[in-house]
Design a protein around this ligand. Structure first.
Ligand code: UDP
Ligand code: GLC
Ligand code: MN
Length: 321
């Protein structure tokens, strides 16, 4: 197990917050694998210190940028050229197999079984399901593959200006060759599905294992009222079910912000929490399972009680047995 790792990337302090929550979520769900975060030179020292407390390895990498503004403009995301930096993950050859996860993903149940899959396994992209989404993928670090990928970028560029375009072109047989390389959607659930196929989201959303806050509005774009346990702002824009956004915030406010406070000391940092004191909600009265299901469907999961990490874990364990 020591030669397998979950890997993410953060080139700045905003995405670093995402990486902190992701790493903590993997730990809360008791992964047995190593945790690696690749960072760019712009990540501040205190953020690096927090990342070191969560991750086994914090690795400084060169930032690669596709510089492909024409293709990126088509996606309306000029910032994503930098995602070429992701390709450095193939250089982590001290691991035999890894799972890459975007810094805007959140693990809501243990996903160590992903290491049973082979390169390149990934879930369909919700916008174009014959392509995979590169927010979660299984790969084998290899100097050779890394070299070939960079060469591929130079020769062909990327049809979307980011890593997902290159990876889909390079692993071009993903859609047709081996169904075991298609990860179920619950390993990369972006709630685009909430708008495009609401009944399926309602039916299967509670089975999610990894939530992906895909799109321009990230969890850290919001503010949070810890007393009311409420995320403020246009929650619909998060392309995610409100209860997943709340889950991200509860984890951030309760586990990550205290570490940031210690590492930042007197330096100012933006927690996004409205109050200094992070107060967790008082225990809720026990609900019947029907009431809980209804609440879930209305986006009101009880994360401190019945739907807490431990309870969800127990439920899944008994379900899987
Ligand atoms: N990323 C980063 N810095 C940036 C933009 C992206 O570190 O300025 C990394 C981060 O891991 C992020 C991933 O690249 O999760 C892909 O970008 P993003 O998640 O924003 O793309 P989306 O999933 O919304 O298409
Ligand atoms: C996508 C993926 C993201 C990737 C980006 C650029 O939408 O979600 O992981 O980095 O496109 O290709
Ligand atoms: Mn993403």
């Amino acid at each position: 197990m020591a030669d397998q790792a979950f890997v993410t990337l953060a080139t700045n302090d905003s995405y670093a917050k995402g990486a902190m929550v992701l790493g903590q979520s993997l730990k809360n769900h008791k992964t047995s694998r190593k945790l690696v975060v690749m960072i760019g030179p712009h990540v501040s020292d205190p953020s690096r210190a927090v990342l070191r407390r969560i991750y086994d390895e914090v690795r400084l990498v060169d930032v690669l940028d596709s510089g492909d503004s024409a293709h990126l403009a088509m996606m309306k995301r000029p910032d994503l050229g930098i995602t070429f930096t992701k390709l450095h993950c193939w250089k982590l050859t001290h691991y035999s197999k890894c799972v890459f996860m975007d810094a805007d993903t959140l693990v809501v149940s243990n996903v160590d079984e992903l290491f049973d899959r082979e390169e390149l396994s990934a879930a369909p992209d919700p916008g174009w399901p014959d392509c995979f989404n590169s927010g979660v993928f299984v790969f084998r670090p290899s100097k050779e593959t890394h070299g070939k990928l960079l060469q591929f970028c130079t020769e062909h560029g990327s049809f979307d200006g980011g890593d997902q375009g290159v990876l889909n072109a390079y692993f071009g047989d993903w859609a047709t060759t081996d169904i075991s390389k298609h990860l179920p959607f619950i390993y990369n659930l972006s709630s685009v599905a909430l708008y495009t196929y609401a009944p399926a989201f309602k039916q299967f959303g509670s089975k999610a294992k990894v939530v992906h806050f895909l799109g321009p509005t990230k969890p850290w774009s919001y503010t949070f009222d810890p007393r009311a346990q409420r995320v403020k702002g246009d929650v619909e824009a998060a392309a995610s079910h409100p209860s997943f956004l709340l889950e991200w915030w509860i984890l951030f406010a309760s586990s990550v912000v205290p570490m940031m406070r210690q590492e930042y000391g007197d330096m100012a940092f933006h927690s996004g929490c409205e109050e200094e004191e992070i107060l967790l909600a008082a225990p809720q009265p026990t609900l019947s399972s029907l009431e809980r299901k209804n609440n879930w469907e209305q986006g009101q999961a009880d994360y401190m009680g019945m739907d807490s990490f431990d309870n969800i874990q127990k439920k899944l364990d008994s379900f899987l047995k």
